[in-house]
Design a protein around this ligand. Structure first.
Ligand SMILES: Cc1ncc(COP(=O)(O)O)c(C=O)c1O
Length: 315
């Protein structure tokens, strides 16, 4: 907020640095890579769009495990490329078939959305090794996990890591994300990006935020502690909640229909995510909120499960 307040009219009159070098330098230091391994993006979503435009077309498909981030099929559609969707098993393990698709671009969201599950680095190293094309690891939620895949960039010239400033840095409004990859791959992505894809205000704010690692870590630790508390309390309300590595949990009601719980929450102006899709239609994705929001949700759930829809739930 201090950096934002210091922005002058003169600073806005000029075009921004097209590469956001100030941010690249800071992000390189935080991630232990060189600045030419970093590309700034207008949110992580822009990197996904750039990657699809760079690597995919009618003859070059994209592949990804499902269920996952709902933007992947939308971008595939826009690019008019085939999307090879390989189902996860019920525990969201990496599907073995993903390595053999021959896709020009394979995307693995890790931690995965909306499951919150995590695939370890060795498995992703094997996938990078066996993939015919580029492997993009979408680490939008990795700030809430225990480790990340940055090390793979040193060993594999076909790996792109996606990072977002929207989650762990709580800056979704400024629209900033970045790619980490070997310099040649970064250079090929840059050919596709808009000239000034990140603006001067966003560059300044994102750079200040990534430099303040202490604030970032405190922010993330707070969310992780609240995630554990929310998980335990949901379990006492008879939800199955697998361990989450993200800033949300995927909760399965053992007895009641997820869609009915969702409707009752909406009536109370409490918004969680319900996906009417295979493997998800018995679950709710709940974002870790403030303590006050989490408590409001938990008391609403208690009321709903013991009252209004109790008669509709199996015992
Ligand atoms: C899995 C995943 N990847 C990428 C993004 C993009 O984030 P942003 O564009 O805000 O950086 C999101 C946003 O919700 C996401 O859920």
């Amino acid at each position: 907020m201090k950096v934002l307040a210091e922005i002058t009219p003169e600073g806005l009159r000029r075009y921004p640095d097209p590469l956001g070098n100030e941010f690249r330098q800071a992000a390189a230091e935080v991630n232990g890579v060189q600045p030419d391994c970093i590309m700034c993006c207008n949110g992580g979503d822009e990197l996904l769009s750039i990657a699809l435009r760079a690597f995919c077309d009618e003859n070059r498909p994209v592949a990804y495990p499902v269920p996952t981030y709902s933007l992947f099929p939308v971008l595939a559609n826009l690019q008019n490329c085939r999307a090879i969707e390989v189902p996860f098993d019920s525990e969201f393990n990496l599907p073995a078939k993903l390595a053999g698709t021959g896709a020009a671009l394979t995307i693995v969201c890790n931690p995965n959305a909306p499951s919150g599950t995590f695939i370890n680095i060795d498995e992703l190293a094997s996938l990078a090794d066996e993939s015919a094309g580029v492997l993009l690891i979408d680490e939008a939620y990795v700030d809430f996990a225990e480790t990340n895949c940055t090390a793979l960039v040193k060993d594999f010239d076909n790996v792109i890591i996606l990072r977002s400033m929207s989650k762990g840095y709580s800056l979704a409004g400024i629209r900033f994300g970045y790619a980490i990859a070997q310099p040649d791959l970064i250079a090929s992505l840059m050919k596709v990006k808009d000239s000034y894809n990140v603006d001067a205000v966003a560059i300044a704010v994102a750079t200040a935020a990534i430099k303040d690692q202490q604030y970032f870590k405190e922010n993330v630790e707070k969310v992780k502690a609240d995630r554990e508390e929310l998980t335990e309390k949901l379990q006492t309300l008879k939800f199955e909640v697998p361990r989450s590595y993200a800033n949300f949990v995927l909760a399965k009601s053992k007895n009641c229909r997820a869609s009915e719980i969702y409707d009752k929450l909406v009536q109370r102006s409490i918004y969680v995510r319900f996906f009417d899709l295979p493997a998800l239609d018995d679950k709710l994705r709940i974002t870790v909120g403030t303590k006050e929001q989490n408590n409001k949700l938990l008391s609403a759930l208690k009321e709903i499960l013991s009252g209004e829809i109790a008669s509709l739930c199996s015992q």
